[in-house]
Every structure is written in structure tokens, then in C-alpha cells.
Design a protein around this ligand. Structure first.
Ligand SMILES: [Zn+2]
Length: 262
């Protein structure tokens, strides 16, 4: 087996383990629960999970999606996000190889996955995830500057300005939307998330992310409107999907402009 295939398999497996941890963080943090205590258990009967019930994806399959003791169904969300994290880790490796950009990619996408889990389940994007993610990304940018000597302005200042500009744009959208719909149109978490998206992908691509997210979310919003469902749709996961597509495909603004101008 070639080294690349072996690396790919290892990175996928590590990704599923991280995904299993992100499930815990995404579900517990908005509830002000500790991430480490109590250890994983069945929410129905409190049965404490043994190590063989904690293997990402496989345990769900062994247990046929049910708690071993009380037979209560386990949400398909858990193995889904484990598999998803494994896949995006692998795709990051395929896009960037074993490089600093790979570390930035998995950090960025990990933030996106955790906030999606919280946003889907509780309509909350936890500040803690954004802050820890931001600090990690800035450290990685500093290392990038140290290794590649690209200058503090280009390495750190510019990404921070990009983040601030992206934040400001979505904030304006929100003010406009609030006036238009006469209710809260976007959550504060979505706007803060845009700071991280702008920082990582650049200001121009963060605008593409907003556009793409709205484009994906639109059909579902219309269905919601027809059903007269007053539930707000969480926008975070759409921002997350769009950002991940752009991060992994390495599409930049010039490619998009060339495509439309030709
Ligand atoms: Zn149980």
C-alpha cells in the first residue's frame, strides 16, 4: 500500500474520532454541561458506555442504532457527524497534503462542524467554539508567518481585516433584514462566524459564502413559508457547508470571475 493511501486511511480514522468528540462538544456546550464529565452515557437510561460502544461509526452499526441496555434508538446524527468529520479530514489531506494549510483546513472545518451540531440542535452557535477556533487559527497563521516569512501584515493583519470586513457586511445584512421582516433575521452567532470565515477564506470569498449559503437555504425557506412554519431556520449550517465547499475545492475569486465573464 502506498504511503498516501495509508496516510489517507489514518487521517480518515483520526477524523472520525475527532467527530465523535465534536458531537459531545456540540451537544453539551450550549447546555452549560462539562465536556469531560460525566463520561458518555445513554440519555435515556444513563447506561455508561463501555469502550467498545464508543468506537466511531462501528459501534452504532454493532448496536444496530440502539442502546445496549434499554434499546432506545440512538440518533443517526452521531454516526453521521463522525463519518462527515472523517470525510472532510480526508478531503483536506487530498487538497493540501501534509502541510500547514491542511492543519488550517481541518481547524476551520472542525469549527464549522461543531457550530452546525449546536445550531441544528439548539439554534445556538456557542461563543466558546468561535473563540477557541479563532485563537487556534491565529496561532496557525503566526506559525505560517514564522515558517514562510511572509511578513506580519500579509500573514496576520490582512486576515484580521478581512474577518472584520466580512463581519461588518453580514451585520449590515442583518440590520436590513430586521427592518424588512420586522423580526430578528439573523442570529448574532452567524455574524460572529463570518469573522472566522473572512479571516480564513478572505473577504471576497466570504461574500461568495454568504451568497452560496443563501442560495442553498432559499428553497427550504420557501417550503417553510408555504407550510407557514414559524420556526426559524438555522443559517449556520448553510454558511458551514458553503465555507467547507470553498475551503476544500480551493476555488478562488479569479476562477469565479473568469467563469462568469467568459
Ligand atoms: Zn439506554
Amino acid at each position: 500500500m502506498s504511503l498516501e493511501v495509508l496516510n489517507g486511511i489514518m487521517i480518515f480514522i483520526i477524523g472520525t474520532i475527532f467527530g465523535s468528540f465534536y458531537n459531545v462538544v456540540g451537544y453539551r456546550l450550549p447546555n452549560n454541561m462539562s465536556i469531560v464529565y460525566p463520561s458518555s452515557h445513554c440519555p435515556n437510561c444513563n447506561h455508561k458506555l463501555r469502550f467498545y460502544e464508543l468506537i466511531p461509526i462501528l459501534s452504532y452499526l454493532f448496536l444496530k442504532g440502539k442502546c445496549k441496555v434499554c434499546k432506545k434508538r440512538i440518533s443517526i446524527f452521531y454516526p453521521f457527524f463522525e463519518l462527515l468529520t472523517g470525510i472532510v479530514f480526508l478531503l483536506s489531506y487530498l487538497s493540501y497534503g501534509l502541510s500547514l494549510k491542511f492543519i488550517i483546513s481541518i481547524t476551520f472545518i472542525s469549527i464549522l462542524i461543531i457550530i452546525s451540531i449546536s445550531d441544528i440542535k439548539y439554534y445556538i452557535i456557542p461563543d466558546e467554539v468561535l473563540i477557541v477556533g479563532l485563537v487556534l487559527l491565529i496561532i496557525e497563521l503566526l506559525i505560517n508567518n514564522y515558517v514562510n516569512n511572509i511578513g506580519l501584515y500579509k500573514a496576520i493583519v490582512l486576515p484580521l481585516l478581512n474577518g472584520a470586513a466580512s463581519f461588518a457586511v453580514l451585520y449590515l445584512f442583518k440590520c436590513f433584514g430586521d427592518l424588512l421582516f420586522k423580526k430578528e433575521s439573523l442570529g448574532g452567532g452567524d455574524i460572529k462566524l463570518l469573522f472566522i470565515i473572512g479571516l480564513t477564506l478572505g473577504f471576497d470569498m466570504s461574500l461568495v459564502v454568504i451568497f452560496l449559503a443563501a442560495f442553498i437555504a432559499l428553497p427550504l425557506s420557501v417550503i417553510n413559508l408555504i407550510k407557514d412554519d414559524n420556526n426559524v431556520l438555522p443559517f449556520g449550517p448553510y454558511l458551514a457547508i458553503s465555507s467547507a465547499i470553498i475551503m476544500l475545492s480551493k476555488v478562488d475569486i479569479n476562477m469565479i470571475l473568469n467563469f462568469f465573464i467568459k
